[in-house]
Design a protein around this ligand. Structure first.
Ligand SMILES: NC(=O)C1=CN([C@@H]2O[C@H](COP(=O)(O)OP(=O)(O)OC[C@H]3O[C@@H](n4cnc5c(N)ncnc54)[C@H](OP(=O)(O)O)[C@@H]3O)[C@@H](O)[C@H]2O)C=CC1
Length: 280
């Protein structure tokens, strides 16, 4: 079984560079998918309150028999626009996620989205810092934060997020945010790392590199993430793909491959623009 390397977050916590995402996996299917992933060697699982599969995910973690300190569990606060967030409401949602997961701590707790119309993410992050201080989250961070959100957090709170989880794949490689993260010691975590398994995996440039290395398109894209220094969290409910996506440690992309993949940047997001998106 391949050993997944870790990166060191800005508070010293180790995070596996490759994890398993469970967005859009129904709760009653999450247990099987996460169990399959753990059996394949993944130790990092990325869920969120809004995915409504923390219970099914927690069942797989418990049934695995894997020591808690070998697992890395991420969940996220769904900071819905229907309320103004306070310390109390953040703690309430955090406690609810822990209970659903059946855990007494998570490894990483993230704010799911910045919000276009309100700025209570500063209150949220201050409460996250308190949660981290209590040991109930080993690290805290953000998701979908744009440069202006990050600059504001760093200027107005004492918190430097450990991670910013953002849409990132060869069609949308996020050069500006990656450079900003590097300046502040924030780890870059890529969501939809495979471009949601659509056009990107059928791209002839990726196909040519895959043929050259005797690998699949998904493996080439995941290798690209790892060599860029990103954390990647591919999702699959298909056992053969779950195994394929972690079998990415026996080869290296060369400079020619990396240059060819850099040419796939077309500035196109698959998900919403965080500067414009607000939700309920
Ligand atoms: N913070 C945020 O706002 C967001 C976070 N995320 C996180 O990122 C994770 C991954 O992103 P996601 O959007 O799911 O997209 P991915 O880029 O991981 O792609 C998942 C899709 O690709 C398919 N797939 C997986 N592996 C392969 C393979 N080897 N070959 C061909 N097709 C494959 C899957 O199909 P199948 O399952 O049928 O095998 C699925 O349809 C999420 O699960 C979630 O944890 C995602 C979106 C937003």
């Amino acid at each position: 079984m391949s050993k997944v390397p870790s990166i060191t977050l800005n508070n010293g916590v180790e995070m596996p560079q490759l994890g398993f995402g469970v967005w859009q996996v129904p709760d009653d299917e999450a247990t099987a998918a996460v169990s399959e992933a753990l059996a394949a060697g993944y130790r990092s699982i990325d869920t969120a309150a809004i995915y409504e599969n923390e219970v099914g995910t927690g069942k797989a973690l418990a049934a695995s028999g894997i020591a808690r300190d070998e697992l890395f569990v991420t969940t996220k606060l769904w900071n819905s626009a229907s309320e103004t967030w306070t310390r109390e409401s953040v703690l309430r949602e955090f406690d609810a996620s822990l209970a659903k997961l059946g855990l007494d701590y998570v490894d990483l707790y993230l704010i799911h989205w910045p919000r276009a119309v309100r700025d209570d993410y500063l209150t949220i992050l201050r409460t996250f810092a308190e949660i981290a201080e209590s040991g109930r989250a080993k690290a805290v961070g953000v998701s979908n934060f744009q440069p202006a959100h990050l600059e504001r957090v760093i200027a107005e709170t004492s918190v430097v997020p450990a991670v910013n989880q953002i849409e990132l794949h060869p069609n949308f490689p996020q050069a500006e945010l990656r450079a900003l993260h590097a300046r502040h010691g924030i780890a870059t975590e890529a969501w939809s790392p495979l471009g949601q398994g659509k056009d990107l995996l059928a791209d002839p440039v990726i196909g040519r590199i895959a043929a050259k290395h005797g690998r699949t398109a998904a493996q080439i894209v995941l290798r690209w993430h790892l060599q860029l220094g990103n954390v990647a969290i591919p999702k699959s409910v298909t056992p053969s793909r779950i195994r394929e996506n972690i079998d990415v440690f026996g080869f290296e992309l060369d400079d020619e491959d990396l240059t060819a993949i850099a040419g796939l940047d077309n500035g196109t997001r698959l998900g919403p623009d965080p500067d414009e998106f607000d939700f309920n």
